[in-house]
Design a binder for this molecule. Structure first.
Ligand code: AMP
Length: 359
């Protein structure tokens, strides 16, 4: 197993070759590391800016063995990599961060909310449901309207259906594909916030200023950061982040999505055990962005500063919106981050732009 802190010249492995892997790879390369990507898709956005890519399924045992051997530390860029693969790498002696527990907790919405409540991070009321009958039995305690979500594999608002009254239960159950699910009470939020935070190998915790997020059709459109927030609420948000990170003995950057109920109450919606789309503003608003922070944490380096030096509005460019690139590139207050994806399918995250203003 590699000695820590990992010196420059060491190799960092990333499971997943999308835009998050690409920006992690770019940050790692600036700190003198080599990066190897494991992703089933050839020529992935991250693979194209890295030392190499192993093209294989995430659960391919031979590929995982080779990957574990060539990398001094392994991390991941999305939470749907099989937890068993991460466990396998760890058991074979690879240094993996964040660990398999954090990944497993974040992959199951019921386990996630159970964990959150156990560490004192409040969530909406919820119940695990496996059938129409279960839903009927839980509706009274969860309350109407409520949101039915698949326990696993949901992202960007997919695998979710609202239940407004008893009559539309079978329809909602069919809409999510009749799979093991969670029934969630509706959060009457006034806005959605998120926290990007990191925990180092020594247990040090660093938290960025909060971001305020706007979604459309379940997909993030903009993040404004630092969010306008009173000092007491911000302090509470940071305490929530620290208890989640400590509770998972976490190493790396985490994204925590919050509902702000507007009366001083913050509920945690979900956690993402990785760098997060709502943290892209840090690239142009902080000296050490979330990507460098993650690399620092997993490599056992000291965490970097998290203070904002600018007000940033991050906007995602989806599908053919990326065609505006030359117009956006000409704007003096905007910094464009393109992911190098060839095909601009509708709704696909192709790029983001950070509009920067003095604080
Ligand atoms: P998620 O996939 O859990 O991040 O949900 C996607 C979006 O759906 C969130 O960003 C919220 O806008 C909305 N949402 C999710 N859960 C709830 C809830 N329990 N109450 C109200 N809105 C929700």
């Amino acid at each position: 197993m590699a000695d820590l802190p990992l010196p420059p010249g060491s190799t960092i492995g990333i499971l997943g070759g999308g835009q998050l892997g690409r920006m992690l790879s770019q940050a790692a390369s600036r700190l003198g590391f080599d990066v190897v990507i494991l992703d089933p898709e050839e020529n992935s956005p991250a693979g194209r800016v890295s030392r190499g890519q192993i093209v294989a399924a995430y659960d391919d045992p031979t590929a995982l063995n080779v990957f574990g051997r060539v990398c001094d530390v392994v991390t991941f860029e999305f939470e749907n990599v099989p937890a068993a693969s991460v466990e396998r790498l760890a058991e074979a002696g690879a240094l993996v961060a964040p660990g398999p527990t954090a990944l497993a907790v974040a992959q199951d919405r019921v386990d996630e909310k159970t964990f959150l409540n156990a560490v004192g991070a409040t969530t909406v009321k919820f119940a695990a449901v496996d059938s129409v009958d279960d839903i009927m039995a839980e509706l009274d305690q969860v309350g109407l309207p409520c949101l039915l979500k698949t326990r696993r594999d949901g992202y960007d608002g997919k695998g979710q259906a609202w239940i407004r009254d008893y009559t539309n239960v079978p329809e909602a159950w069919a809409a999510i594909g009749g799979r093991p699910a969670i029934l969630e009470a509706k959060a009457a939020f006034t806005r959605e916030l998120s926290i990007i935070a990191a925990r180092g190998r020594d247990g040090a915790v660093a938290v960025y200023p909060l971001g305020e997020n706007k979604h459309a059709g379940g997909v993030l459109r903009t993040t404004n950061a630092p969010a306008q927030i009173d000092a007491k609420t911000e302090k509470r948000a940071k305490a929530i982040a620290a208890s989640i990170l400590d509770g998972l003995a976490y190493v790396g950057v985490i994204g925590i999505e919050l509902f702000d109920l507007g009366n001083g109450t913050l509920l945690v919606n979900e956690i993402a055990p990785r760098v997060h789309n709502t943290g892209h503003w840090t690239q142009d608003g902080c000296v050490c962005d979330q990507f460098e922070q993650h690399i620092r944490a997993v490599a056992g380096w000291p965490l970097g500063p998290t203070k904002a030096h600018a007000q940033v509005e991050m906007t995602n460019l989806l599908g053919d919106e990326v065609e505006q690139w030359s117009k956006l590139a000409a704007k003096p207050d905007q910094r464009l981050h393109l992911y190098g994806k060839a095909e601009a399918r509708p709704g696909r995250k192709m790029a983001h732009v950070n509009r920067v203003r003095p604080l």
